[in-house]
Design a protein around this ligand. Structure first.
Ligand code: TMP
Ligand code: ASP
Length: 245
């Protein structure tokens, strides 16, 4: 597959055209931002880890019957994906209170919910990705009511599959963000990435944060945490040597 022109550069990824109009190449960067781009940094090795992890999780989800944009991992940082029209919503599923939920409602982090929650943010950097409800998303033409229903059902199924996957590896899935896209025929598929940038992942035994909160909150050990969570996924003890270059 030939890499064509750079179509888009985001905070953590670049997207290139290919010689097939239905396929794109995503290239993962080591750049990290937080708080709508106000905090910037680099996490060495992050691009390769997020690429491999996201692909492994998308393959696992495909195996559970969840349609995704994933086509083929091309190399350490680059993946071939189906071209989709992104639904401009960030879909956040939470199992345990943390982050903006804890801040918004004035509760501690770590409260285990009786059942998972879902919320949407409107993907709009100029507005700071504001929280939005389903009616407003439909009113603004961001998605149809049917699309929102599909997105909700798929998101809770993703949660079930991911929770079990991480729990088997001694990791608690606290919350995560998903994005969905429309294929040319209009059907909804899971897109974007699933990685330590987009999930909160806590060691089940110690509670240690193994995700981007280490960067957001200046907790230190950021690179080590990314390597450790990748090691858990691949079944290597420390994650320092995953057997790949
Ligand atoms: P929040 O608690 O800050 O709203 O974050 C909820 C989840 O969404 C958390 O796992 C981190 C992820 N997330 C993103 O992937 N991108 C973002 O821009 C934000 C704010 C959160
Ligand atoms: N998307 C956020 C940013 O704008 C990053 C985050 O908190 O994950 O920089």
């Amino acid at each position: 597959m030939k890499k064509g022109e750079l179509l888009y550069e985001g905070k953590a990824k670049k997207v290139y055209a290919t010689d097939d109009p239905d396929l794109l190449i995503v290239s993962y960067k080591d750049d990290a931002t937080a708080f709508n781009g106000q905090k910037r940094g680099t996490i060495a090795g992050k691009g390769a880890i997020n690429n491999r992890m996201s692909n492994a999780l998308m393959r696992m989800l495909e195996g559970c019957g969840i349609p995704t944009h994933f086509v083929e991992e091309l190399n350490d940082r680059e993946t071939l994906v189906k071209k989709v029209r992104i639904v401009p919503l960030e879909v956040i599923v939470r199992n345990i209170s943390a982050g903006s939920f804890a801040a918004r409602y004035g509760v501690d982090e770590g409260i285990v919910f009786a059942e998972p929650t879902i919320e949407f943010s409107y993907k709009n950097d100029a507005l700071g990705d504001p929280l939005i409800n389903g009616c407003h998303a439909v009113a603004l033409g961001l998605a149809t009511r049917d699309e929102l229903e599909t997105i909700k059902v798929l998101s809770f199924r993703v949660n079930g599959a991911l929770r079990g996957f991480w729990s088997d590896r001694g990791v608690t899935l606290v919350d995560f963000k998903l994005e969905f896209g429309r294929l040319p025929g209009g059907s909804i598929v899971l897109a974007d990435e699933i990685s330590p940038d987009t999930c909160r992942l806590w060691d089940s035994a110690t509670g240690k944060k193994l995700d981007k909160d280490r960067f957001r909150r200046d907790l230190g050990g950021v690179e080590d945490a990314y390597r450790e969570i990748m090691g858990r996924l691949e079944g290597t003890a420390a994650g320092s040597d995953t057997g790949r270059d």
